[in-house]
Design a protein. Structure first.
Length: 239
């Protein structure tokens, strides 16, 4: 009697889960990140430039941008199978394959739930069979079919978030006008997240004494200045 019950249980389990093609090693998904360095400036060394009062004479940025991939994929076609893919639905990545880097999203449209679809980062279905978790691990369900392998059923949603990494910085020197022979300027320095100035200072220069001014690593030759605009050449910026 006991053996009969065990056999019935095993048969029912096989009918529901089917056989599998091995246990996959997975982890919770954390979006991949990349770091890009961008250098931006509003001048060229040795080039003549004119700006108006309130504008930046110098604007130099060294930005380390961290980009985090989206965790959401949008279905771009239907799969009319027991484990369904529904066009237009948004699917969230929940697991990552530790061996090949593929992604697993939770499947919709199956009455018992608990099934996942194996896809590439570009949205192709990598396995026509869904996966399920049990006490032993993460299995391929060799009986159920979800679609055609190698076909793109999903499109990654472009939701990359940009953050500034430690080491980012920005420098600005703003032209604040001319008072007699005195140039008025404001220096601002941003660091790391560059959301707001970490340091700023108002300073002045007497252009009657010299038409060459230096502030920190920046050397500027003043060609002409008035209370409305300034014409100049950046000779050095230290970078």
């Amino acid at each position: 009697m006991i053996l009969k019950k065990v056999a019935i249980f095993a048969l029912s389990t096989l009918i529901f889960f089917g056989c599998s093609t091995g246990i996959r090693k997975i982890s919770a998904y954390n979006p991949d990140t990349t770091t890009d360095v961008k250098v931006l400036k509003n001048y060229e060394l040795g080039g003549e430039k004119t700006v108006f009062i309130g504008d930046n004479i110098i604007e130099y940025s060294h930005l380390k941008l961290i980009q985090k991939d989206s965790i959401n994929f949008k279905a771009i076609k239907n799969s009319d199978t027991r484990v369904k893919i529904i066009e237009g639905e948004i699917y969230k990545v929940q697991h990552k394959d530790l061996d090949d880097g593929s992604l697993y999203i939770r499947a919709d449209g199956y009455i018992s739930g608990g099934f996942y679809l194996k896809i590439s980062k570009s949205g192709e279905l990598l396995d026509p069979h869904p996966y399920y978790k049990d006490g032993l691990g993460f299995h391929n369900h060799a009986v159920l079919n979800v679609g055609q392998g190698g076909v793109q059923y999903f499109s990654p949603m472009v939701e990359k978030q940009q953050e500034y990494d430690s080491g980012s910085f920005k420098q600005e020197i703003l032209y604040a006008g001319l008072s007699g022979d005195t140039l008025n300027m404001t220096y601002k320095e941003y660091k790391d997240d560059i959301a707001r100035p970490a340091f700023f200072q108002n300073f002045t220069y007497d252009i009657k004494k010299s038409d060459i001014i230096r502030y920190k690593n920046i050397l500027i030759k003043i060609l002409e200045a008035s209370n409305s605009q300034i014409r100049y050449i950046v000779l050095e910026d230290g970078y």
